[in-house]
Design a protein around this ligand. Structure first.
Ligand code: SF4
Length: 363
């Protein structure tokens, strides 16, 4: 029952009755979630119900953002990390990978390429690398901010103190991504070593919002030990936090981690969670994640159909891309950034959407 703690505040007695399968609604008029109906759709294998969920989610996206799919240029800055999350391929204890760290000039060169292609958002991502102190990051950000004043800068470098986040915000960062991974305390403990805590992760997310970042949370679907109730708890937490961005991808094992023998999360359950996120957070920016594209060749198109509206092509130097291996069989393209962005834009158009290279801020 512990799993329902977060959900309780969203439960209304009248919604405890089984809902007829037609015309399922997931949010009440007052914004509270209809837990029973959400659980029903998560477990459903009725194609009509699932199609109707996707359509509802896509309609919500169309109403808020039209058919635009926003492009973000991703730069994988460092694969050093001091942490040991059990699911992650770049965890500190994995001795089987080549470690790298881009310097300021290399990062600027990636931004140059992205800007030339037309991208107006740069996402700098990395592990919690002890060498890359906040002051160094702030210096890199100021450099990018000065050279590309019209671009949005997003960072994703894990947990920091309020002061550190503030320093980065003052340096010119607009957005910060920090997946919560699971909103259930017991589950968090099964995915992470004791040194890490869900309470601190949540605290960081609230601090980011308070400071004024456009804040991104998110989770892996199908991670080891996850239950239906935990997925509902995730949705409740997201509704409460109201992040401007939500990243949802399937769990994919990495062979050199403690979770190497677990199976991947399902694409269809991931798409259902994505669609539910779109419905409960209509204005969220939601990427069609690389993980989805890695487990299903048409995963990205399916994600657009379920309400995703962001893609994040990789601007990192070709020679290091294989080393940023968070999970096995990560979609890897040896294409130069320009070539890849052009082919991605083409795929998006063919799927009936509009490639949008503008900053694409949360509205
Ligand atoms: S998930 Fe993030 S914090 Fe955890 S080991 Fe991987 S890079 Fe480090």
């Amino acid at each position: 029952m512990e799993y329902w703690k977060g959900a309780v505040k969203y439960l209304k007695k009248k919604n405890l009755e089984p809902d007829p399968s037609k015309n399922i609604q997931f949010v009440n008029n007052d914004g509270t979630l209809r837990i029973r109906d959400i659980l029903h759709i998560l477990k459903s294998d009725n194609p009509d119900e699932i199609e109707s969920l996707y359509k509802q989610a896509r309609d919500v996206c169309d109403e808020n953002y039209g058919r635009s799919i926003y492009f973000r240029g991703l730069i994988e800055v460092t694969n050093y990390c001091k942490n040991n999350c059990y699911y992650c391929g770049i965890r500190a204890q994995n001795k089987c990978i080549n470690r790298y760290r881009l310097n300021k000039d290399q990062i600027r060169a990636c931004c140059d390429t992205g800007y030339r292609i037309g991208l107006r958002t740069f996402v700098l991502q990395g592990g919690e690398d002890p060498f890359l102190e906040t002051g160094m990051l702030a210096d890199i950000v100021q450099d990018i901010r000065k050279k590309f004043p019209d671009c949005a800068i997003t960072l994703s470098f894990g947990e920091k103190t309020r002061e550190e986040y503030q320093t980065l915000f003052d340096a010119g960062v607009n957005r910060y991504l920090l997946r919560h991974e699971t909103a259930n305390n017991a589950h968090y403990g099964k995915l992470h070593p004791d040194q890490m805590s869900l309470s601190n992760r949540k605290k960081c997310l609230y601090i980011l919002k308070e400071i004024g970042f456009q804040t991104g949370a998110g989770l892996m679907v199908g991670s080891p030990y996850q239950t239906w109730e935990m997925l509902i708890e995730d949705l409740c937490f997201l509704k409460e936090l109201e992040p401007q961005m939500v990243g949802i991808g399937p769990f994919i094992p990495h062979k050199d981690t403690p979770f190497g023998n677990f199976k991947s999360g399902s694409v269809s359950l991931t798409l259902k969670m994505l669609a539910l996120c779109r419905i409960i957070l209509p204005k969220a920016l939601i990427p069609a994640t690389t993980a989805l594209g890695s487990v299903d060749p048409s995963g990205r198109e399916k994600a657009f159909g379920a309400g995703a509206n962001v893609v994040m092509p990789n601007l990192s130097p070709l020679e290091i891309r294989k080393d940023y291996s968070l999970y096995d069989n990560k979609l890897y393209t040896g294409d130069e950034a320009g070539e890849y962005v052009a082919s991605l834009a083409d795929r998006i158009e063919r799927a009936g959407y509009i490639p949008d290279f503008s900053r694409g801020d949360h509205s």
